[in-house]
Design a protein around this ligand. Structure first.
Ligand SMILES: NC(=[NH2+])NCCC[C@H](N)C(=O)O
Length: 410
């Protein structure tokens, strides 16, 4: 019998079978008002409630037949080999900008002291306060100058947004180069999981992008519209050059993809990724934030001869362009907040457009976005509603908090 593929994502809406999540950890409680801006949060979530909300999310998925895997488990399970674990620690400590041999040694010793790899991974994600390190004292001028800075290793509070560090596209992955330093370290977990985890290490997995590339691309900008068509945002987080590079690699590999639609959206924190303003909910239905419809420009990138690509600026209205590329008679755009400037602004800010489809016409949404939710239902979309008072303080919704590994083909 043909081996079941481990990675298979050829749409945004195919029945979801396996998904990767990260349950918010103590890294969320290492956020402080001074750090929020640099660590990309707009407030400090209450961890206990954030975990309850995230567990409700995982329960919805599991009850609907989805295998839920956790990043922290896969990362720990990838480090059984001591040489691999050592390599990972060295790379992690370097990218955490731990300066000086003495400090590097102290941090590595602290992490190696964990008898259990899972506890070590939790600590790496949580961050390390100077107050937790025995005999920590300022040895360098930089240390003395920054003596009030509380961390020797920064926390990684954005890890529960598993959508962004890597993307499953077809049977391969885009191991992303993240725009910000604070999120770049997150992609190390995926690097080691796909290289060393028993589930993946013996499988040839096409790598559409690499974290060491010089230009940025993030998973919130990467949508698989169908087996022939991707949509990728040119955004606050993703560079046009990255999309060209990824296009050439995917076209060269002989996957089924023929067209990549580059959506040039406003460069704005609230619209940081394409999926904060546009997601696919059914064969011919999408959510969209009305504020981007005016400024939006779409470029169609197509496979050319050998390694060339052809790029055309789309002139059709978005709904007609989508109908053309997806070979549909009609496309329905469901406007966030019903298009009302106040309701749309409020609900987009709390991820009213950021839905996660678990099968065609069936999506997970945040309860707080009641105007958009009602419109989705009026358009025949089945909702699974989850709480989000605390999770949404990180500026992400159900699609942001999930990375599909396997969807059934349509
Ligand atoms: N796919 C998404 N929309 N991800 C949202 C990520 C939110 C995170 N605080 C950041 O700024 O990166």
């Amino acid at each position: 019998m043909k081996d079941k593929k481990v990675l298979n994502v050829y749409s945004e809406i195919g029945k979801l079978k396996t998904v990767l999540l990260h349950r918010p950890g103590k890294e969320v409680e290492n956020l402080t008002p001074d750090l929020m801006d640099r660590l990309l949060f707009d407030d400090i979530p209450y961890l206990q409630i954030a975990r309850e909300e995230h567990d409700a999310f995982a329960k919805i998925l599991a009850k609907n037949g989805v295998e839920v895997l956790y990043l922290e488990d896969l990362a720990a399970e990838s480090l059984e080999d001591s040489a691999v674990k050592d390599l990972f620690l060295e790379e992690f400590i370097s990218e955490a900008k731990v300066q000086g041999d003495k400090k590097r040694f102290i941090v590595k010793e602290l992490l190696m002291d964990f008898s259990d790899n899972r506890k070590m991974i939790d600590k790496m994600m949580e961050g390390i306060r100077k107050s937790e390190v025995k005999n920590y004292n300022a040895t360098s001028l930089a240390d003395m100058v920054e003596s009030r800075y509380p961390f020797v290793v920064d926390p990684m509070p954005n890890l529960y947004f598993t959508r962004d560090p890597f993307s499953t596209i077809g049977s391969g992955i885009s191991l992303n180069h993240m725009r910000t330093v604070t999120r770049r370290r997150e992609t190390l977990f995926a690097k080691y999981i796909f290289k060393y985890h028993p589930k993946f290490k013996d499988i040839k997995i096409p790598m559409w992008y690499d974290r060491d590339e010089p230009t940025a691309i993030e998973g919130g900008d990467q949508l698989v519209l169908n087996e022939k068509t991707l949509a990728i945002g040119i955004s606050e987080r993703t560079d046009a050059e990255s999309i060209e590079k990824l296009s050439k690699r995917i076209f060269a590999e002989g996957e089924s993809f023929e067209t990549i639609l580059a959506f040039h959206i406003p460069n704005k924190r609230a619209f940081m990724h394409l999926d904060t303003v546009f997601t696919m909910v059914d064969y011919n239905k999408f959510t969209i934030h009305p504020e981007i419809e005016g400024p939006l420009t779409v470029y169609a990138i197509k496979k050319g001869n050998s390694n060339y690509i052809r790029i055309e600026k789309e002139t059709e209205e978005l709904d007609k362009a989508l109908a053309k590329y997806l070979h549909l008679d009609k496309v329905t755009l469901i406007r966030c907040g019903g298009g009302d400037i106040v309701d749309a602004g409020r609900e987009q800010w709390n991820d009213g457009s950021n839905t996660l489809a678990i099968s065609p016409g069936e999506v997970v949404v945040y309860s707080r976005n009641h105007v958009t939710n009602r419109l989705l239902e009026e358009n025949g979309v089945k909702l699974h509603v989850m709480p989000s008072s605390e999770l949404s303080r990180g500026r992400g919704g159900p699609r942001c908090m999930s990375m599909p590994l396997y969807r059934e083909d349509l």
